[in-house]
Design a protein around this ligand. Structure first.
Ligand code: PLP
Length: 395
């Protein structure tokens, strides 16, 4: 017997739930890609992406996932043999660095671990040692979707400036843009990137990059430039070049609708919604943890992301069995533990088009699974989430 008829609910950190309005926005014929309407669509999206990144710099849209957007950032500012410093805090910055290595950069990883955020003081100390300024770029993620850590990008930007180091600061916001505050210019970020399918509620397939003037100056002499990713090609006035070919018209319709919805809600409200729902998840996980089997991967509360929560499982209890129960019996798909946490954790995504019933339903289903599978846990986790929302969302 199952209780899973109806729509399967994705509580995975990408692709996320798409609003019906976003799905419907794509259900129409393509545009003439040389039309005025097409040019206006592109211009409105580029302007709004810059607004989301909070930059006066230039934005670029690629037909690519996040991995493609990583390559876009690297190829536009690096030359073969350039040194890149990767700030480890889980899986994603390291993978971005691996791309840089494969492209011919020299990569150094400033070691962190899977259970805490990047320490800005470590970054400053490492950069101060680099007296010859051989490091050309510093790579960091705002939210690492594997560990669910939240890095204080503003503080890291300050640390880089305090070290007086000229390296470009490049930040991955794939799992945070539109969900948590991000201030590219105010925080001293030179290049930022993101993707369509997480907080931005759009189908997978679009990658976004923003670059400030400093990055675009470095770009002029970068040796790794290739025609598809190249900012200079895309900066021209010819619309066709903005996508290095045919525009991904339907994905752009979807993105237009998603950003409209985000702006209609108000970015600040969206950030607050994410904070409230994330805290509801954390209240539940904290109660379940009293059973000594479940726990937060990120120990320090201020380092927990508002978009995804990685929950560890110990004592030989299998998170895959829990995930299977939630999916096959109840129709809720949880994220799996990846990288170092494979087989030891599951993840609850709470990013993008999420509301109280989605989150409370997900928590309720996890609690059903914990009971059904006899996994020791503190009782009343979902109730704690409900209490939190009742206290915090005023009438
Ligand atoms: C999902 C994700 C990526 C990779 O994006 P893809 O679209 O899967 O290539 C990169 N960075 C972070 C932080 C992510 O969460």
């Amino acid at each position: 017997m199952t209780v899973r008829a109806g729509r399967e609910f994705l509580a995975i950190p990408g692709p996320t739930t798409m609003p019906d309005e976003v799905l419907q926005a794509m259900h129409r014929p393509a545009l003439d890609i040389y039309s005025h309407e097409m040019v206006e669509l592109t211009e409105s999206l580029l302007a709004d992406l810059s607004r989301l990144f909070a930059t006066k710099g230039h934005s670029y849209i690629y037909i690519a996932n996040g991995h493609g957007a990583w390559e876009a950032t690297l190829s536009n500012v690096l030359s073969r043999g350039d040194k890149v410093l990767v700030l480890e805090s889980g899986r994603f910055a390291v993978n971005w660095g691996n791309a840089a290595k494969a492209m011919g950069a020299e990569v150094e990883v400033l070691e962190g671990d899977w259970r805490r955020a990047i320490r800005p003081a470590d970054v400053e100390a490492r950069l101060r040692q680099d007296k010859s300024h051989s490091i050309k770029a510093v790579l960091a993620v705002q939210v690492d979707t594997a560990s669910s850590v939240f890095n204080d990008i503003e503080a890291i930007g300050k640390a880089i400036r305090a070290a007086g180091h000229p390296a470009l600061f490049m930040v991955d916001t794939v799992a945070s843009l539109g969900c948590m505050p991000f201030e590219m210019d105010a925080w001293g970020i030179d290049v930022a990137m993101s993707g369509s399918q997480k907080g931005l509620m759009t189908p997978p397939g679009l990658g976004f990059v923003a670059a400030n003037d400093r990055a675009r100056e470095v770009h002029k002499t970068a040796g790794l430039r290739t025609p598809y990713w190249d900012w200079t090609e895309r900066d021209g006035s010819e619309h066709y070049r903005k996508y290095a070919g045919t525009a991904p018209v339907h994905l752009l319709f979807a993105l237009r609708q998603a950003i409209n919805m985000l702006f209609a809600e108000g970015l600040e409200n969206a950030f607050e919604r994410h904070r409230l729902l994330a805290e509801a998840v954390r209240r539940a996980v904290a109660v379940w943890s009293e059973g000594q089997v479940l726990g937060f991967n990120i120990g320090e509360p201020s380092e927990r992301a508002n978009t995804v929560t990685t929950v560890t499982m110990s004592d030989g209890y299998d998170p895959i069995a829990l995930q299977r129960y939630c999916k096959e019996k109840c129709g809720v798909v949880l994220g799996t533990g990846i990288g170092e946490l494979q087989g030891q954790a599951f993840r609850i995504a709470h990013m993008g088009h999420v509301n109280a019933p989605m989150i409370l339903g997900t928590l309720g289903v996890i609690e059903v699974a914990l009971n059904a599978l006899d996994i020791p846990h503190g009782k009343g986790g979902t109730e704690a989430a409900i209490e939190w929302l009742g206290e915090s969302v005023s009438a």
